[in-house]
Write a protein that binds this ligand. Sequence first.
Ligand code: GLN
Length: 303
Amino acid sequence: MDYQAVLDEVAATVAPQVGRGQAAGYIPALAAVDLGGFGMAVADVDGSVTGVGDWEVPFSVQSISKTFSLALVLAQDGESLWRRVGREPSGTPFNSLVQLEYENGIPRNPFINAGALVVTDRLQSLTGDAGTAMLEFLRTQSDNTAVAFDPAVASSESEHGDRNAALAHFMASYGNLDNPVPTVLEHYFWQCSISMSCRDLALAGSFLARHGVGSDGSRLLPAREAKRINAVMLTCGTYDAAGDFAYRVGLPGKSGVGGGILAVVPGRCTLCVWSPGLDLRGNSVAGVAALDAFTSLTGWSVF
Ligand code: GLN
């Protein structure tokens, strides 16, 4: 596959969509981002990385981090997590509270905020420092020691974090958090604030295309766990747009309100695209369009 030719064509196809949508206004530090950025990278399973546009510009990973916290917990803890969080699509916005009450404080899946808070809680119990555990993992897998937290984003989220605090307190009332709510929130905001480029994220997510083997060649997860993470990405990774994403793109994907989307072609490559303009469900407008164009051009979808 001539990745450069494909990415150049994708970039040209989606150029009219770049700048459409809105930045995540509920996190002031993200609201200030220039909407004109667009980058895309593809990390082949052979370890090579190809990119186009702003593919080496760091952005806020936000909910893409939920993919990695889930992987770290499954790697260390196996299947017991699923007693505390489900794996069904929610059909509701990523920060919704409504399902928690009638499901007794058990979030629908690990990729909505409630579920990710439970995963971070578990990672905190397993490591004693969930944020740093994730940062170290991402630095190793992206082979980039410059990957870092963004303190301005973390504190902006914390200052405007009433919704996430409500989710965490509500789950704590059902006994579904082991650590104090402020500790869980702090580590969750740190993990969301990490800045990485498309290049970094495509490499860091390589284990999802390589059946659990990381970009450094070490086995991070059994192959069956990589399969399961991909399945949950496909069904839940883009929240209440997961059906539309599967329809248009046909790949496991995980979006974040920083405008990034990580997507996987199992056995072939991991993709990351970034463009900060979001649609009403919090997914990058140009990012979804670019992945749609990529799978249309290559014929590489899981379907
Ligand atoms: N940090 C964001 C939040 O908690 C992540 C949401 C997202 O990227 N969808 O609201």
